[in-house]
Design a protein around this ligand. Sequence first.
Ligand code: UT7
Length: 325
Amino acid sequence: MQRFKIIGTGSFLPDNVVTNDELAKTVDTSDEWIRERTGIGARRYALEGATSDLAAEAVRRACDDAGMAASELDALIVGTCTPDTLFPSTACWAQGKLGIQGMPAFDVMAACTSWMYGIKVAADMIAGNPSLKIAVCGAETFSRILDFEDRRTCVLFGDGAGATILTGTQEDTGLLASNWGSDGNLASILGVPGGGSAKPSTHATVDAREHFVYMEGGKVFKHAVTAMSSGVLKALADANLTADDVDVLLPHQANKRIMNACLDRTHIDASRVFSVIEKYGNISAASIPVALDEARKAGALVDGHKLAVTAFGGGLTWGSGVIQM
Ligand code: UT7
C-alpha cells in the first residue's frame, strides 16, 4: 500500500458549452449519432487562455478546498497532451499564473492517462517524504487541436481541468494497489503527428492537417476496453478485493460504450460509476480528476470509500488503481 491522503480537489470547466446540435451545424453529424455511439451530449471549449490557465484555476480551487495556499505546495505536476508550448512545461506556465515559485513544477505526458501517471509519481514521492504536499492536475484544451473537417474525432473531445492535492498520512488511506503500463509499438494510432521533432511544422504539415488529433478509433476502442478492465481486475486482486468492494468507479471517460464494457468485464455494478461524459465529452487527462472532484462535492465519494480508477490513452498508455479514501 502507498499511503497518502487526498486533502483537496478542484476543477475548472470553461463556461462556453457546445452541444451536439451546434456541432451538427458545421460538421456532418447528429446529436443522435454522437449520443448513441459515445454517450456525449455536450462539451466545453475555452474561448480564451491556454491549458495552463485552466490548470492554474483547478489547482487554485483544489488548494482552497484543502485550506492551504498554493505557495505551500511542494510540487506541481500537470498531466496534459495539449501543452501551452513544446517547452517550457505547462506546469511551469501554470506555476507562474498561480504566482508561486521554488517548488518543482513539471509535466507528465501519458495522454489521457497522464493524471493517473501523475498520481503514481506523487505517491512515490510521498513514500520518500510524507510531509510533501503535491498537486496533481490533469488539464486539456483539446479544442485547439481538433480537426473540424474530421467528424470521427472532432465531436469527441472537450476542454477542462481537474486537480487533486495529496499528502502523506499515518492513516490507512492511499493506493491499496495499482498498475500502469504502455505499448509504444502502437504510438501511431492516436496522437498529433506534426509539430514535433519527427515532423517539424512546415506549410506542408499544415496543409496535410497534421497538427490536429489523429485517431484510429476502432483499434483504440478495443485496446481501451481490454487494458482498462484487466487493469481494474488486477488492482482489485492485488488488494484482495472483489468488484462488490468498490464504492465508486471513475473510469477515463472517453466513450460510454467503453465504460459499459469495463463494467461488464469487471462485474462492478453500474450504480458505482460516477460519470461526467454526457456534459463534458472526453476531456482526456482531466476526465478522472474532474469526475473525482464532482463526485466528492456531490457527496457520492466520501472518506472510507474504496475508489477504483482506470485510465487509457495515446502511447498507448494505461493505469489503474484502488484508492482507499
Ligand atoms: O481518450 C483516448 C482514448 N480514446 C478512445 O478511447 C476512443 C475510442 N474510440 C471510440 O470511442 C469509437 O471508435 C468512436 C466513437 C471514435 C467511433 O465509433 P465507432 O462505433 O467505432 O464508429 P466507426 O468509426 O466504426 O464509424 C461508424 C460509422 C462510419 O460510417 P460508415 O463508414 O459505416 O458509413 C463513420 O463514418 O459512423 C460514421 N461516423 C459518424 N457519423 C456521424 C463516424 N463519426 C461520425 C460522426 N457522426 N461524428
